[in-house]
Design a protein around this ligand. Sequence first.
Ligand code: GDP
Ligand code: IMO
Ligand code: MG
Length: 429
Amino acid sequence: MANVTVIGAQWGDEGKGKVVDWLASRADVVVRFQGGHNAGHTLVVGGETYKLSLLPSGLVRGKLGVIGNGVVVDPHALLEEIERVRGQGLAVGPENLRIAENAQLILKVHAALDRAREAARGERKIGTTGRGIGPAYEDKVGRRAIRVCDLAEPETLAEKLDELLRHANALLVSLGAPTFARDDLLAELLALAPRLLPFAEPVWQRLDEARRAGRRILFEGAQAVMLDVDHGTYPFVTSSNTVAATAASGAGIAPAAVGFVLGIAKAYTTRVGAGPFPTELTDATGQLLGDRGHEFGTVTGRRRRCGWFDAAMVRQAVKVGGIQGLALTKLDVLDGLAELRLCTGYRLGEETLRHVPAGQRAQAALEPIYETLEGWSGSTRGARSWADLPAQAVKYARRIEELVEAPVTLLSTSPERDDTILMRDPFEG
Ligand code: GDP
Ligand code: IMO
Ligand code: MG
């Protein structure tokens, strides 16, 4: 029985949380493997809305949730989120949530650096979530990071904080921002330790056991391929790899365990932060998509930029992300539009491209090449079978399949868990 890995195929907020929640009923373990509380995943279950950032979406289904070593964990954000969902009636404790002992922590100093850097960038800011994600991953690669396991070793913690702050405080001074004192951070972390350590373990062992026992593992990606630090629209990206291959290294499991890779794509395109967006609509249609789709960032509350479906970009995400099947979400938002456009490639000066080039100026200069399809007058909202869809909606999905070179294996037609059409069970491989 295959495992399944879910990743975003655009610039995030494609509906990964809803799809993971839905698939979690067929899984035994749900694993986060990259990103941090920059992610915001909204699940709607029978009128109750859950907004999750760090917790694996499978917890809502009562499944074991694992936070892998590839995730950057803000301990305050984690504990607050646990309290919040407990308030909604979910049980969360060490019996159903495990955190990799070698996952690294996001500290207050990281968020301070993130915000000071963004302020210094001015007009050229990335539009980060300001939660310290970039500086935390920098410290990891720079071998200065504080990891969950360090909370059990006060002396190690003190030494590592000295080294980390030597670096971070110098940067903060150069940015004109307040610095941090070692003893304050140390006291804060030691106070948090008894609340966090009960969740910590070598999760790779648990995943290895699960795998050998034939349990189904669902890997839940955050962000998306076009925000991947290598493959995305750099530097307007997040600071982790978001492609499916990361599920293995970010959890400590064999590459083969990643299983079937399901890419999630909205039936149109949105983006929260700054950066290139060839198919962006700044007209009334863009406004309409934003209003109908309630396109406001789950984490930032910022209005998401909206545009037509970019099939050239998603095709690239399919190739570099390792996507084998596509879940197309928010089809209902397109109901009633007279015509729809699909971007099949770009014009760049005299050239015609079928891919997103790597250069920053080239990306900013891309002119989309569109093909136009007729819209549909009927409703797809809440449809639960392919037969319930208007013929033109089926045509639209079929054309996307051809252009992105991956089959549409799942369709989502409302925020509600069960308003989902399954064409092919990803756990069947
Ligand atoms: P994620 O970051 O990929 O998990 O996506 P978010 O949860 O941040 O954003 C997706 C938004 O779209 C959420 O508000 C979902 O409730 C909503 N949503 C998901 N699927 C559908 C759908 O098929 N139709 C509509 N109308 N909304 C959806
Ligand atoms: P989910 O998992 C949409 C964007 C930010 C910014 C860039 C870098 O909900 O899809 P960061 O704080 O990560 O350094 O910001 O990435 N971004 C997201 N956009 N959905 C997300 O997560 C995002 N996580 C980060 O807006 O442009
Ligand atoms: Mg989101």
